[in-house]
Ligand binder design. Sequence first.
Ligand code: ADP
Ligand code: MG
Length: 246
Amino acid sequence: MQTNSTILDVSGLCKKYGNTDVLRGVNLQVREGELACIIGPSGSGKSTMLRCCNLLESPTSGNIIAASHELMNPEIDINRMRQDVGMVFQQFNLYPHLSALNNVTLALRKVQNKSKDEAQDIAMQALDQVGLKNKAMSKPGELSGGQQQRVAIARAVALKPRIILFDEPTSALDPELVDDVLNVMCDLRKRGMTMVVVTHEMAFAHAAADKVIFMDEGVVVESGTAADIFERPREGRTQAFLARYA
Ligand code: ADP
Ligand code: MG
C-alpha cells in the first residue's frame, strides 16, 4: 500500500516550554500507507512531537505539513485538519456516560454533520473493524481497557482520516490485552491506513513498522527501516537504548 507521496513532513520543528527546549529541530517524513513507529526514552519529546502534528501543542518554530495542511499557516482550519489527522491517546479519552456507539457517532454528528442513521451505519462498520460490533451498546466502564482502546481506534477510523497518530496506545493496558490492540492496528495497516505510533512495544515495532524513528533529547537521532534500526543501529545512543530491551 506504500506510495511515494509524503503525507507527514516535519522539518526543523522546535518547541520550548518557558526556557526549556523540548524539541530541538525535529525532521521526519512519513509516506502514505506507512506504519511509522517512534521510539525513544521517556522525556525525549515523542508526545510533544506527535501533539504538534495536529496542533494539540503549538510549535515554537519549524514547519509541519500533515495530510496537505500547512500547520504553521495562521489561517489553518484546525477542525478540518483534525478530520484528516486523527489521534489515539494512551488513556483512551472516551466519554464515560456514552455507549461505545455514541462515542463513535459523536464527532460524525457534530463535526461532520452526518444524519443520525448515517452516523450509526459508519460507526457500526468502524466497531466491526475493531471486533466490537457486539459491544456497541456498552459504556466504557463495562469494557476492558483493550476494548476501550479499540473503541477509541474505531472513533478515529470512523472520521476517515488520512493519517492517525497514536501516543503509546497500549501503555495503559494489562499485558494480556496489548496484542488485541496491536492486531487491530496491523489490520488497519493492511487496509492502507497511514499511522504514526509512539510505542515501547519493540517487538511490534520490529515486526510491523515500515519505518522506525529513534528520538532522544528532542531530536531524531536515527531513522530507517525496522531492520536498520533494530538489527544494525548506527548511533551509539540508539544502541544503548535498544540494549535495555534486549
Ligand atoms: P516523551 O513523550 O518522549 O516521554 P514528552 O514530549 O512528554 O516526552 O516530554 C518531553 C519533555 O518536555 C519532558 O522533559 C517534559 O517534562 C517536558 N514537557 C512536556 N509537556 C510539558 C508542558 N506542558 N510544560 C512543561 N514541560 C513539558
Ligand atoms: Mg510521551
